[in-house]
Design a protein around this ligand. Structure first.
Ligand SMILES: [Fe+2]
Length: 308
């Protein structure tokens, strides 16, 4: 499949309670690479195999959570096209000028019906992944911590899941890949949407409060690395939510844990590849347990209720 519109989640802007402590966590335990700091005090990081300058921004705040989730689009013309489509759809957009973020072009910012701030951008400086484009060796020695290959997706909680789902499908050309239904067998409790060939690039869960972050997720290359991530988290006394385990939805193998501010994160591997000729997979409410946690076959209250 040619990915021609929205390419992927590009960066997430997080609020943390203690910036220095959080930078140490994301750098030394998660194993991200710090790539810059700006005049507003934001710290920029990236996973080792990402070539763009940044994928995680941290800023100190009194309340943890997510300021914005940004998607990279194919080019400047695509950004203009999505800008026009959003306006036509009745979504107010704000243009954040080039340079407001380090090494990042103009961003188109808007709020989706679940209250989350989403951004689109076309340009971010390619700083490389530590390997050349010509004859690259496939890995880097001396990586610290868990060292995921990329920031992969986010799961967001809010009230109007139907409205946000429609916006992603109708305006941004995302595809509905999986749904978890509520007890009425009609209403979506959760939807998993893809802009690419991945089983999901964003997921949304119905919740009684808007603009909440459930988790951000980092991709690892193997189950062995997921288990190793569990060892590293335990060695550093990082509070786990659940795992290592496996999802029914998307089939990823996963660990959930909390950063120093209580923001949940996931380190995962696997999941199937989505193609647009696949019908959405549907899970009924009585099977929500194995849908979310295939091994335990039931949800834990913390996973359902703790968000930032
Ligand atoms: Fe996830």
């Amino acid at each position: 499949m040619a990915v021609t519109g929205v390419l992927r989640p590009g960066h997430v802007a997080l609020r943390v309670l203690d910036l220095d402590d959080s930078v140490r966590f994301y750098r030394d335990v998660m194993g991200l690479i710090e790539t810059g700091r700006d005049a507003l005090g934001r710290v920029y990081l990236k996973a080792w195999d990402e070539r763009d300058h940044n994928s995680v921004l941290l800023r100190q705040a009194d309340v943890a959570g997510m300021d914005a989730l940004a998607f990279k689009v194919r080019d400047a013309r695509t950004l203009e096209r999505f800008g026009a489509r959003l306006q036509e759809y009745g979504v107010a957009t704000e243009r954040v000028p080039r340079g407001e973020m380090l090494e990042t072009g103009e961003r188109l910012r808007f709020v989706i019906p679940t209250g989350h701030t989403i951004e689109l951008y076309a340009e971010k400086t390619d700083v490389g992944n530590g390997r050349p484009y010509l004859n690259p060796e496939p890995w880097l020695p001396n990586l610290k911590g868990i060292a995921p290959v990329r920031f992969d997706h986010a799961l967001l909680y809010g009230c109007d899941v139907d409205g946000s789902r429609a916006l992603f499908e109708d305006v941004l050309d995302f595809a509905l890949v999986e749904r978890v239904l509520m007890a009425d067998d009609r209403t979506d409790l959760a939807v998993f949407l893809s802009c690419s060939n991945k089983a999901h690039d964003i997921a949304l869960v119905r919740h009684d409060e808007d603009d909440k972050l459930h988790h951000i997720s980092f991709l690892l290359e193997s189950w062995e690395q997921v288990v190793r991530a569990g060892d590293i988290l335990a060695l550093n006394a990082v509070p786990l939510d659940i795992g290592p385990t496996r999802h029914g939805v998307t089939r990823g193998a996963t660990i959930y844990a909390f950063d120093r501010s209580g923001n949940r994160f996931e380190t995962f591997c696997g999941g199937y590849e989505y193609y647009p000729d696949m019908q959405p997979l549907v899970w009924t409410s009585d099977e929500a347990g194995p849908a979310i946690f295939f091994h335990d076959r039931r949800l834990n209250d913390r996973f359902l209720s703790v968000v930032t």
